[in-house]
Design a protein around this ligand. Structure first.
Ligand code: PAF
Length: 285
């Protein structure tokens, strides 16, 4: 397994492989790899000849009051996981390499970025869109894997790749969960024992919404209230949003027709948890 630190070496490596007809699968990450990332790497391994994992804690997607300096960094452990999974290249550039002095171009996907997570974290998605554009341009992957846990990010990347004709056809991989339903996230390690016990309330709230839909409810605000009631029963949780949305535009739905995504974000202690469920709506007769 190779560790590449510079943008030019990354681009050269990909160019050589493409010349030989090798397909490249890409898993962009900020490190602190867990079972969710492992699932993405395994999917990439199965689908492509070579696999690149990027490990870069991207400063431009963190707000001034967010946890950039405290974000878990564990390159050695991450390397060991990647080696075990047969990754070919870890791309781990420095901040100065990715954003040299004088860099000023940013990428925005305004409509998807403005709501939900974008509301709570105003510059977050501009940072994500900019770094993903740079990573895809450097790695030139055939396919790229994103976790469904960050649903809005995945929707934004799909739009970005389509709008800018970027390489690396995005594939969204189902969320990997703990046995009690908590979606895996690098930030879960910050939860205290009692907060960890409270955390699955987000999944339970989303499931309550899904249950209401299965029982025939098609009114968006009423489904939203079902979810809110479940979340409110957990005193450690403070809800940021629970929403019933169109899966592509992420606009809130007043009435459900075919498909919907239930989006949720809540805060437990200092940790912000995100989760979602994609729902196919069956016709009621
Ligand atoms: O999901 C993440 O880990 C990051 O947002 C990403 C896509 C690697 C961009 O920094």
């Amino acid at each position: 397994m190779k560790i590449i630190r510079t943008t030019s070496a990354m681009a050269d490596w990909s160019r050589c492989l493409h010349r030989e007809g090798v397909t490249i699968g890409f898993v962009p990450t900020m490190g602190a790899l867990h079972e969710g990332h492992r699932a993405l790497i395994r999917a990439a391994r199965l689908a492509c000849d070579a696999v690149v994992v990027s490990i870069f804690v991207n400063p431009t997607q963190f707000g001034p009051s967010e946890d950039l300096t405290k974000y878990p960094r564990q390159l050695r452990l991450d390397q060991a996981l990647c080696r075990r999974e047969g990754v070919d290249v870890i791309f781990a550039p420095t901040v100065e390499t990715m954003y040299p002095a004088g860099a000023q171009t940013v990428v925005t996907v305004p409509r998807i970025a403005c709501r939900w997570e974008g509301h709570a974290r105003p510059h977050h998605f501009q940072g994500v869109a900019t770094v993903v554009t740079k990573l895809l341009s450097l790695v030139q992957p055939d396919k790229t894997w994103f976790g469904q846990k960050d649903y809005q990010q995945a929707a934004l990347v799909q739009q970005l790749v389509k709008d800018l004709n970027l390489p690396g056809h995005p594939i969204v991989h189902p969320t990997v969960r703990e046995s009690d339903g908590l979606a895996l996230s690098s930030r879960n390690i910050y939860l205290s024992r009692s907060e960890r016990q409270a955390a699955p309330v987000l999944y339970r709230a989303l499931q309550a919404g899904a249950g209401a839909i299965r029982a025939g409810e098609r009114n968006g605000p009423r489904i939203q209230r079902h979810m809110a009631r479940v979340a409110a029963a957990e005193p450690l949780a403070s809800v940021d949003y629970l929403a019933v949305c169109d899966p592509t535009t992420l606009d809130p739905l007043s009435t459900l027709h075919r498909r919907a995504v239930l989006l949720g974000a809540l805060r437990i202690g200092k940790v912000r948890l995100l989760d979602n469920l994609l729902i196919s709506v069956r016709r009621t007769t």
